[in-house]
Design a protein around this ligand. Structure first.
Ligand code: PRT
Ligand code: ZN
Length: 283
C-alpha cells in the first residue's frame, strides 16, 4: 500500500490535508497520530516533521511526501521531484541590518551569517567565491544580528514582514521554494501506478484552483469582441439563445483577471453575468 509523508503540524500541514481532501482522500486519524489510514484511496499517511520528510522518502520509509523544496534542497537526499503543488511559496534570502553598508555579495566576506539552511547557503557562497562564516541555528534566525550573533542572516522570507519587524532588509534572493510532491527513486511498479493516479488528481485540482467559470448573455454584435476578451481554454463556448440576436457565452478565466474582464464585457453589452466556482479541470 502506498505511504505518503506529510508535515504533522506547521505551515504545510493544513494545505497538504486539503489538497488530499480535494482529491477525494480523507486523512482520517488526524495529526496527533504518527500514522493513519486514508479513505478514498488505498494509502497510509505518515505525519512527520518537515525536516525528516526528504530522508523518510529517500529511504523508502514513505513512498512519497509533500514538503517544501527548500527542505529537499537543504537535505540533499536522493528523491524524485514529481510535481510542484502551488502552495507554501517562499524564498530563502540573505538579509542584513537596515543601516549596514551592504553593497553586494562581496560585503559578506569574513562576516558571520546565521541560518537554518547551511548547505544551500554554502553552495551559493561558493558560487560567488565568498568566504563567510556560517552559524547554523535552529530557530529565530531573524534575531541573530540584533543580539550580536551574526552580521547577516539567510532565512525564509514570504511577506517580508518578519524582516521589517527586526530591522533587516532583504539583499539577495537566493532560492525560490514551494511545496512539492517527492517520491522515492526505487518505487516498485505497482506503486508507480498509484503515484501516477495521485499526480493526475493533484494536477486536476491545481488546474482548477484560482479559476472561475463565467456565463453571460450577449447581443450578436458583441460576440466577436467578447471572444477576444475571453480566450478561454481553447476558445469560449458560444451558443445561440432562443431569443433572436442573442447568444450565451461560457468561458474559464483566472480569478486574478475576473473583474477586469467582467467590466470589459459589461461595456460591450453583456447581461446576466454568472460567475461560478470551478471544481476541476480534467484535460
Ligand atoms: O515542525 P516542523 O519542523 O515540521 O516545521 P518547521 O517549523 O520547520 O516549518 P514551518 O511549519 O514553519 O514551515 C514549513 C515550510 O513552509 C517551510 O519549510 C517552507 O517550505 C514553507 N514556508 C512558506 C515557510 C514560510 N512560508 C514562512 N514564512 N516557512 C517558514 N516561514 C517563516 C520564516 O522562517 C520566517 O520566520 O515565516 C517567517 C517569515 O515570514 P514573513 O511572511 O514575515 O516574511
Ligand atoms: Zn522543520
Amino acid at each position: 500500500m502506498l505511504k505518503i509523508a506529510i508535515q504533522a503540524k506547521g505551515r504545510l500541514n493544513e494545505q497538504s490535508v486539503s489538497l488530499l481532501a480535494d482529491s477525494g482522500i480523507q486523512c482520517g486519524g488526524g495529526s496527533r497520530r504518527l500514522l493513519s489510514m486514508a479513505t478514498g484511496f488505498d494509502m497510509e499517511i505518515l505525519y512527520l516533521r518537515d525536516d525528516d520528510i526528504p530522508q523518510a522518502v529517500a529511504m523508502g520509509v514513505a513512498d512519497i511526501g509533500i514538503v517544501g523544496l527548500n527542505e529537499v534542497a537543504e537535505k540533499g537526499e536522493r528523491v524524485d521531484e514529481v510535481m510542484a503543488l502551488g502552495f507554501g511559496a517562499c524564498r530563502i534570502s540573505v538579509a542584513v541590518p537596515r543601516e549596514s553598508g551592504y553593497d553586494g555579495p562581496a560585503w559578506l566576506n569574513g562576516r558571520r551569517i546565521a541560518t537554518s539552511y547551511p548547505n544551500i547557503l554554502r553552495t551559493w557562497l561558493d558560487s560567488k567565491g565568498i568566504d563567510a562564516e556560517i552559524h547554523e541555528i535552529a530557530g529565530s534566525v531573524e534575531i541573530a544580528p540584533a543580539v550580536g550573533m551574526a552580521d547577516a542572516i539567510f532565512d525564509i522570507v514570504s511577506s517580508g514582514g518578519t524582516l521589517v519587524q527586526n530591522g533587516l532588509r532583504e539583499v539577495e534572493r537566493v532560492f525560490d521554494s514551494e511545496a512539492v510532491l517527492i517520491a522515492t527513486p526505487q518505487l516498485p511498479d505497482g506503486k508507480r501506478e498509484a503515484v501516477e493516479k495521485l499526480r493526475f488528481r493533484f494536477s486536476t485540482i491545481l488546474a482548477g484552483r484560482g479559476m472561475k467559470y463565467l456565463l453571460m448573455n450577449l447581443p450578436e454584435g458583441s460576440v466577436e469582441r467578447a471572444v477576444e476578451i475571453l480566450p478561454g481554454m481553447k476558445s469560449p463556448t458560444v451558443l445561440p439563445l432562443a431569443a433572436e440576436g442573442w447568444f450565451s457565452l461560457h468561458a474559464v478565466v483566472p480569478e486574478s483577471e475576473l473583474w477586469d474582464k467582467v467590466e470589459m464585457l459589461k461595456e460591450i453589452g453583456a447581461e446576466d453575468i454568472l460567475v461560478l466556482n470551478l471544481e476541476n479541470i480534467i484535460r
